[in-house]
Design a protein around this ligand. Structure first.
Ligand code: GTP
Ligand code: MG
Length: 138
């Protein structure tokens, strides 16, 4: 089994797409092993996006992610789940995200692209530990 960290970003919550997004993962057969709604603190957002520190979009993306409630999730499925979730999300840019993916179907800007998903096993482990205490996971 493999676990990944997924977050519906503030635009997804504001646009009422939480059910649509979570529903896709549920229908795909992934198990929700942790889920919570929160407004991320600046410290949490900075840690989450630490890898992008120094890039031109770092400050805007930290601002954006702390601008309202998000839904943070830990999803579990068979080996390959991390990659599968990334495929279901679609590419970062809405111009490249294929129809049928979450971003391809619903996002139209690169920053407000609705969803985050861990990009590899090491990142997933770090992000799950960053966003959830062990007792918050089933
Ligand atoms: P995440 O799952 O959110 O990490 O997206 P990603 O892995 O597809 O993209 P990446 O990690 O490269 O970038 C993190 C986030 O920063 C993206 O999801 C966007 O919200 C934002 N971002 C990335 N590149 C750009 C950019 O060129 N311009 C702007 N404004 N935002 C960007
Ligand atoms: Mg990323």
């Amino acid at each position: 089994m493999e676990r990944t960290f997924v977050m519906v970003k503030p635009d997804g919550v504001q646009r009422g797409l939480v059910g649509e997004i979570i529903g896709r993962f549920e229908k795909k057969g992934l198990r929700i092993v942790g889920m919570k709604c929160l407004v991320p603190s600046r410290a949490l957002a900075e840690s989450h996006y630490a890898v992008h520190k120094g890039k031109p979009f770092y400050e805007p993306v930290v601002e954006f992610i702390t601008s309202g409630p998000v839904v943070a999730m830990c999803l579990e499925g068979p080996d390959g789940t991390i990659e599968m979730v990334r495929l279901m999300m679609g590419k970062t840019s809405p111009l490249e995200a294929a129809p049928g993916t979450i971003r391809g179907d619903f996002a139209n800007t690169t920053q407000q692209n609705l969803i985050h998903g861990s990009d590899g096993p090491e990142t997933a482990a770090v992000e799950i530990a960053l966003w959830f205490r062990p007792d918050e996971l089933l």
